[in-house]
Design a protein around this ligand. Structure first.
Ligand SMILES: *Cc1c(COP(=O)(O)O)cnc(C)c1O
Length: 312
């Protein structure tokens, strides 16, 4: 398969360990992949994607890196951290809806001296057009990273993650993650197909987008980049709706899952992504979706910044 350039931003491999108390409570062996410990900023899943995306930006000679997301986007904060580390100038053009106060990721962006702008729109197309306008006006080479870093190139980061887990000598029957823009889930699903064929990947949707199509498209795009000889389809993964009252709006079951993980394991999830995703795992266990000897892996994808802004 084809290999792509990466810049080194994080600390890999991230650890995997058993959640002993949770496993006992749920009657299922549950391990956690600690991608909250990826080693840049407060950690999180975007670091794996950014290693590919910023290598591409660098190869294209970009001086400015644009990205977008919600007002408390973990992805935007980590893009700023990564771009700064590599000597490029990040400009974040974020959606205005949500917590724009200097809390959580906004505080971290302020500490990094980041150029953060808000746009009062619900359409990312407006924001990408604004990036082009600002970039052309600056007259320097610039690079646009889509919301969540979820394009085919960014998705490769989570194909690697499954290979990394296999190289750690581990195999699972279920891999469970949050799905917000799709790249993480698509990468895990393609990675499982290539490197851990026995694993079924379930994405816990925390937004209302058409993730069945988004996931298939990203999987296909990533497989094409790799030149991997695989047939990708909607049957390759499962989805479950955990969005509740809306994207970035905490849900009761999500908050309960954040509290459960904190009280049982001393690990902090977040209300926007990982709390809702873990609530989905708990619901599956309660419904008997796991057989007694199934090995279940939960991807902790980070999100600490949001915990301190959005609250539970
Ligand atoms: C972005 C994010 C996700 C979702 O990943 P996608 O690739 O956007 O679907 C999950 N957890 C956290 C903490 C995130 O910041």
């Amino acid at each position: 398969m084809k290999a792509f350039e990466r810049v080194s931003l994080g600390i890999f491999p991230t650890p995997v360990h058993r959640l002993h108390n949770i496993s006992r409570l749920l009657g299922t062996q549950v391990d956690v992949k600690r991608d909250d410990l990826t080693g840049l900023g407060l950690g999180g899943n975007k670091v794996r994607k950014l290693e590919y995306l910023l290598a591409d930006a660098k190869a294209q000679g970009a001086q400015v890196v644009f990205t977008t997301g919600g007002a408390q986007s973990n992805h935007a904060m980590l893009t700023a951290a990564a771009a700064k580390k590599l000597g490029m100038t990040p400009i974040l053009i974020l959606k205005k809806r949500g917590v724009t106060a200097r809390q959580g990721n906004q505080l971290l962006e302020h500490l990094m001296g980041t150029d953060v702008r808000f746009m009062d729109t619900d359409d990312y197309a407006d924001i990408y057009a604004e990036m082009d306008r600002v970039g052309r006006e600056m007259g320097v080479p610039y690079y646009k990273i889509p919301c969540g870093g979820s394009n085919a190139l960014g998705t490769l980061g989570y194909v690697d993650c499954v290979r990394e887990i296999a190289q750690q000598g581990l195999a699972y029957d279920h891999i469970i993650c949050a799905e917000g823009s799709g790249g993480t889930m698509a990468g895990l699903a393609l990675g499982a197909k290539l490197h851990m064929p026995g694993a079924r990947v379930t994405g816990m949707m925390v937004d209302n987008d058409p993730f069945d199509q988004i996931t298939v498209d990203l999987m296909r795009g990533a497989a094409q980049l790799l030149g991997a000889d695989v047939q990708v389809s909607r049957d390759d993964f499962d989805l479950r709706d955990l969005c509740g009252p809306g994207y970035a709006i905490p849900s009761e079951e999500g908050n309960a899952a954040v509290a459960l993980m904190a009280a049982q394991e001393g690990i902090f999830l977040d209300p926007v992504y990982t709390g809702k995703a873990f609530a989905g795992l708990v619901a599956m266990a309660k419904e008997g979706a796991f057989r007694p000897d199934d090995r279940v892996l939960f991807l902790h994808s980070g999100g600490a910044g949001g915990l301190f802004a959005v609250g539970v």
